[in-house]
Design a protein around this ligand. Structure first.
Ligand code: GUN
Length: 312
């Protein structure tokens, strides 16, 4: 018998396909919720100002909510709106029975206190999972009550798809300690029984620390920072970065999106790797839809209907 073939190329994880499977679960839960309790999940997305990248994200979230058959509303506020006015809108959405999920797109203009705004959202409608109550629930492992941040949840689902469902005992290294990604992804991987290291800009010998990882999550916002010699052979690499860089090869003034990982280089060593675009990005939106149907099911007294929505 011939020797098994050596894997010459890493497996590229198809985030679009996995996201589509989550969306199918969301649609099923949405149908069940409608027939069982006549509730249609409602999502409100709030955007302040005209940041072009934020506008694209918000538009895509609204389109996906419509595709899922949700009640979908967008509030577009001018960049010079007062903090009080934004807080007033959030109060109204908190009280609105047709709305089960509220997302305020970040970043906010400098004169608005982001922490205050996040804390004003009803934790049961906080589909971003950024409210201190949900941060605490995640940290305490109170998953039946928590709303979990979307990008971290999507990242862990992709790792489980690539590595099999059981991540127990694996070494996980996360580069980046943000509240939005690094810290919550660490909590989720800890719950999966990984041995977790959070690395950051002050970490000594960052490439050496990364080389220990069976699961390497890059969430720093530095284009193509992670190179092949940062990756343990066979590791699963999850690239959370979305960076727009100049692409003179496409013509003058053109740009392209790249991750925090040098994909072509790292793919020569990794066992599996997410592309940018088409990796974590579609998962973030899919998990937002999942959180919205979960919030609607809980609010309707039927949390069981959305129980398995993140399971593949
Ligand atoms: N800006 C960048 N990522 C996110 C996110 O996940 N949620 C919100 N609300 N804003 C963001």
């Amino acid at each position: 018998m011939s020797a098994p073939a050596i894997k010459a190329e890493s497996h590229v994880i198809d985030g679009k396909a996995v996201a589509a499977a989550i969306i199918e679960n969301v649609k099923q839960a949405r149908d069940q919720l409608l027939s069982a309790v006549a509730v249609k999940p409602g999502l409100a997305v709030v955007i302040v100002g005209e940041d072009p990248a934020s506008q694209v994200y918000v538009r895509n979230k609204g389109l996906k909510a419509e595709e899922c058959g949700f009640h979908s509303v967008q509030h577009t506020l001018s960049a010079d709106i007062g903090e009080d006015e934004l807080l007033g809108l959030i109060d109204n959405l908190n009280e609105d029975p047709l709305i089960h999920g509220i997302l305020v797109q970040l970043p906010l203009p400098k004169h608005i206190n982001e922490k205050l705004v996040i804390a004003a959202i009803d934790p049961e409608k906080d589909v971003d999972g950024f409210h201190p109550i949900n941060v605490g629930r995640l940290g305490a492992g109170a998953m039946e009550d928590a709303l979990v941040p979307c990008t971290p949840a999507g990242s862990v689902i992709l790792a489980k798809q690539a590595l099999g469902q059981d991540l127990s005992g694996m070494e996980a290294v996360i580069i980046g300690r943000s509240n939005i990604v690094g810290k919550p992804v660490a909590q989720l991987l800890l719950q999966e029984n990984c041995t977790v290291t959070i690395a950051h800009s002050r970490t000594k010998d960052l490439p050496g620390v990364c080389r220990r990882a069976d699961i390497l999550v890059a969430a720093v916002g530095r284009p193509q920072m992670v190179k092949a010699d940062w990756v343990k052979p066979g590791a699963c690499v999850i690239d959370v970065g979305i960076n727009r860089v100049d692409a003179p090869e496409k013509g003058e003034g053109k740009t392209r999106l790249v991750g925090d990982v040098d994909f072509a280089d790292a793919a020569t060593v990794a066992g599996s790797i997410t592309p940018v675009p088409g990796g974590v990005g579609p998962m973030t939106i899919a998990l937002l839809m999942a959180n919205t149907v979960i919030a609607a099911a809980r609010a309707s007294g039927r949390p069981d209907i959305a129980d398995g929505v993140k399971n593949l």
